[in-house]
Write a protein of this length. Structure first.
Length: 460
């Protein structure tokens, strides 16, 4: 009997009133001079049908503004089909609309007020279930951010499947985390010229987005910012971006071209993982860190230059790049991680300019040992003795690479000749094969940097 009474008391506490008063079927909690919408019990399922939240409500002779929606307020309201949210609401609590599977529309009368709402998490925004935002009776498809708005908040338009375009004016400085996540029909975005931060998951799952120009004002591109944007084929990154976050462009399977400007210092974990349409990649010497699996599974990547600024290559960084035919490892690299080039079975040449063989692992060059390893002549014996490097089928010394003018010597005259080629474009008087020191199929400034590096090591 004692245990039965305890169980009954527990059930009563769970189903006890979670509100201060009720008006017209909506339940409220009083918070000073304001009220927040809540549920009748903590078990959820309080509301159904079309729910209209008023801007004000009167109780016991006092009129309160309705400024918030409480945590779990609409939890498990699977019978609720639409909700009207007044301009007075400024915050919506954690999981307020969790499991509102029957919700089909969210109705508002003021777009500016919608931008002012703080959402606590992904299912505090009813759009995550409804998909359709109705402004004064019209479906929002072409979103123009109001001039008064300076920031797009976290989860602001999450799951708004009607959106096809977004125009952001120059007064907006940030795009919040998951701001446009899973806006599946969003195909174009004009970011304006003042945004400094693109938040985590800002455009995650925007599968119709085809191109994006990231303005020069942007400094940071967040975690999974453009992940799973399957139609994204071209990206222009502004010249003030410093960091490209974890998995920022992961699985952008249509991405065939991306510029990485000289401002970028940090390319994080998995930043371009699975970008299978990429064929060439140019990395500037500003890059000081490339995270694990950053370019893994870029299966059509044939050419990439590794910047001279790097001192290490992370684990799995180019794993699964099945079309990569050659790679040049700069002289400053001292360590190469597990699986870095695993599966690069098309590799025919590995150029390593480090005088001391970088630390490697048994898996670093899986499937690459049939390639020719080219090293400086003075380092040849060291590589022939070094663990995992010695397993290459053939290890060759250079020059002749670097003999740009074809006189049999590698000296300052070759530097002058290469500078002349880069300035004039006239390659008739040089050996392109010997001058293409980074083995990317063309002559560029990185070849000049590598040639100077070669001379410093051989004659310094």
């Amino acid at each position: 009997m004692k245990y039965l009474l305890l169980l009954l008391a527990l059930m009563l506490s769970i189903t006890a009133s979670a509100y201060d008063f009720e008006v017209d079927g909506i339940y409220y909690m009083i918070d000073g001079d304001e009220v927040a919408v809540t549920s009748r019990t903590s078990l959820g399922g309080t509301y159904s049908g079309d729910v209209v939240i008023p801007a004000t409500v009167t109780h016991d002779g006092t009129t309160y503004p309705v400024t918030a929606i409480c945590q779990d307020a609409f939890y498990k309201c699977i019978g609720m089909t639409s909700i009207a949210i007044p301009n007075s609401v400024t915050s919506i609590g954690y999981a307020a609309f969790n499991r509102c599977d029957g919700l089909t529309s969210v109705r508002i009368t003021d777009l500016e007020a919608w931008f002012g709402i703080t959402f606590s998490n992904f299912d505090s925004n009813p759009l995550s279930y409804a998909g359709h935002l109705i402004l004064n009776g019209e479906v929002v498809t072409h979103l123009v951010v109001p001039e008064s708005v300076t920031a797009i908040r976290d989860w602001a338009f999450e799951g708004c499947t009607d959106l096809t375009s977004v125009a952001i004016h120059d007064g907006v400085t940030t795009i919040g985390n998951d701001a446009f996540v899973n806006c599946a029909n969003l195909s174009s975005v004009d970011m304006g010229n003042s945004i400094t931060r693109i938040g985590d998951g800002a455009f995650l799952g925007c599968t119709a987005l085809m191109g994006i120009d990231i303005p020069n004002s942007v400094i940071f591109i967040g975690y999974e910012a453009f992940c799973d944007c399957f139609a994204l084929s071209a990206v222009t990154i502004g010249d003030h971006v410093e960091e490209i976050g974890d998995f920022a462009f992961s699985q952008c399977v249509s991405l065939s071209g991306v510029n990485i400007p000289n401002s970028v210092t940090h390319i994080a974990h998995g930043a371009f993982y699975g970008c299978s349409a990429l064929t060439e990649l140019s990395l500037p010497n500003s890059v000081a860190f490339i995270g694990p699996v950053a370019f893994s599974a870029c299966s059509n990547l044939t050419r990439v230059n590794i910047p001279n600024s790097l001192t290490s290559l992370s684990e799995g960084v180019f794993s699964g790049c099945y079309s990569l035919t050659s790679i040049t490892i700069p002289s400053g690299v001292t360590s190469i991680g597990d699986w870095a080039f695993d599966g690069c079975s098309a590799m025919t040449a590995v150029h390593c300019w480090a005088m001391e063989p970088p630390t490697a692992f048994s898996t670093t060059f899986n499937d690459c040992y049939g390639a020719v390893l080219y090293v400086y002549g003075d380092a040849l014996e060291a590589y022939r003795q070094a663990d995992y490097w010695k397993d290459f089928a053939m290890i060759k010394a250079i020059p002749p690479s670097g003999d740009v003018d074809g006189d049999g010597l590698v000296n300052i005259n070759d530097v002058v000749a290469l500078i002349d080629v880069l300035l004039s474009g006239n390659m008739a008087a040089v050996s392109v094969e010997n001058a293409d020191l980074n083995a990317n199929g063309r002559l560029d400034i990185d070849d000049l940097a590598t040639l100077i590096d070669l001379l410093l090591h051989n004659h310094g």
